[in-house]
Design a protein around this ligand. Structure first.
Ligand code: EPU
Length: 426
């Protein structure tokens, strides 16, 4: 398995171009199942979660042609058996999207319970509630979720709490159902708007995406389109924090600054300068970093997917910061690794108290999930000495060419494989 070896202490400087949004792309790739014609997707990030989505489509009989590394033509007309293979479903949370898309097209689906980042228990009860409201029955047998419906009929769906995946699956099941579906207490993340834009460009009738009430009038057919995925808000935020954490000066290009508002606001609060342009942001630090309080919230609040990276920045801020993240049960698993690097963090349930220290020191650490991995990369670049990050496959699930992009900004980061002595890379 590959590792990253990072020699820290170099401020990031220069320009970095942000890739397409992972969480939009996994939904949009799955959505091609609902299309009656081939689609061309552009600005698709080259990450392993997309590789898994494409493999699932391919295994079910779809044609997938890679035009270039970020552009592909997907033709799902030949899918006949709506069954997702176990190993593929287990390796990714977004495999749950095949429940909604297969149900929407075939009125049946068999999908093993999804896997993905281990952030604590990740139930799908709200997804099932939405499918049931539209007329589908579900069973769970041997870890496989099976959905069956004679027909799908529009209905009112009220989510008990904010769920990104539940909202997306409800849209999938409703887009070709008969009549009107109204989703209340819907999630508002930018990737939900992007998905709705994609489906509407194919002929769907979805109104209100980006607000907490989404209305969907079912249509009979969806035509093929060429569609470019939005830039990745979390990848952009990660580079913003990396620039600040290394006391660097970085232009982050191909972003939608509006999607970054909560991250920008928090960075400014702790003393980082963020200048906004039409499609880029410029991040640099002049003075000391200050403590803050941070609470993650659904969009437009501060995203949980940025909490580990931002907390890492706070490890060297002046004073004690308090970070609360209760969106998932267990999003502080990276803390024990940061402690190995000298961070002073105590966690009580879903709250962390981070007492700023004068600096971090390199260590061998292990990524426990995607954003935890990104946080450790940032920590490695901040630290004195050498940091080795194990289990980087987690990071590759969601960051396109992270080591190349960081080297382009002046970081000393190398990828080594297990059989190559780490010593050689240092
Ligand atoms: N939940 C339930 N029941 C459900 C659905 C969700 O209890 O039926 C709970 C979850 O366990 C969690 C909370 O509700 O405690 C929110 O979950 P949500 O459904 O919003 O999350 P998700 O769809 O599983 C997506 C992203 C995550 C991101 C969250 C929150 C994708 C593929 N994943 O997950 O992204 O953290 O929304 O914004 O879009 C990441 O990119 O690193 C990542 C983990």
């Amino acid at each position: 398995m590959d590792k990253f070896v990072i020699n820290g202490g170099f401020p990031l400087k220069g320009e970095v171009v942000i890739s397409g949004a992972k969480n939009a792309a996994v939904a949009i790739v799955a959505a091609t199942i609902l299309s009656d014609e081939p689609c061309v997707l552009e600005n698709v990030p080259e990450i392993s979660d997309i590789g898994i989505c494409l493999k699932i489509l391919y295994e079910m009989g779809a044609g997938v042609r890679i035009i270039d590394k970020n552009t592909m033509r997907i033709d799902t007309r030949n899918i006949s058996d709506p069954v997702v293979p176990y190993e593929l479903a287990r390796s990714m949370r977004a495999s749950s999207y095949f429940l909604g898309t297969l149900l929407g097209r075939f009125h049946r689906a068999d999908v093993p319970m999804p896997g993905g980042c281990d952030l604590g228990d990740r139930p799908i009860d709200q997804h099932l509630k939405a499918f049931n409201a539209l007329g589908a029955k579900h069973t769970i047998d041997g870890g496989v979720v099976s959905l069956r419906a004679d027909s799908l009929l529009g209905n009112q769906i009220y989510f008990d709490f904010n769920t990104v995946g539940g909202t997306i699956n409800a849209i999938f099941a409703a887009v070709k159902a008969d009549g009107l579906t109204v989703i209340e207490n819907a999630a508002k993340e930018p990737h939900i708007v992007d998905l709705a834009n994609f489906l509407n460009s194919m002929g769907a009738d979805i109104m209100g995406a980006g607000t907490d009430v989404i209305k969907i009038r079912g249509v009979k057919r969806l035509k093929g389109v060429t569609y470019a995925i939005i830039p990745d808000q979390i990848e952009a935020g990660t580079y913003m924090v990396a620039a600040a954490a290394t006391k660097g000066d970085v232009f982050i290009k191909n972003v939608i600054p509006k999607h970054l508002e909560s991250i920008t606001a928090k960075l400014r609060k702790v003393g980082v300068t963020v200048e906004e342009f039409d499609e880029s942001v410029h991040v640099f630090v002049e003075g000391p970093l200050m403590k803050t309080t941070l609470k993650t919230l659904p969009h437009p609040g501060f995203p949980t997917d940025m909490q580990p990276q931002f907390s890492t920045l706070l490890t060297v801020a002046d004073g004690a910061s308090i970070v609360t993240d209760d969106i998932f049960d267990n999003r502080f698993r990276y803390v024990s690794e940061l402690r190995r690097m000298g961070a002073d963090i105590t966690v009580d349930g879903t709250t962390a108290v981070i007492q700023g220290v004068s600096g971090l020191t390199g260590a061998t650490v292990r990524a426990s999930d995607l954003r935890a991995g990104a946080a450790l990369v940032i920590a490695g670049m901040m630290a004195s000495g050498t940091t080795v990050i194990e289990n980087i496959f987690h990071i590759e699930r969601g960051y396109e060419n992270i080591d190349d992009k960081l080297r382009g900004l002046g970081a000393d980061i190398k990828r080594v494989t297990d059989y190559e002595p780490i010593r050689k890379a240092i």
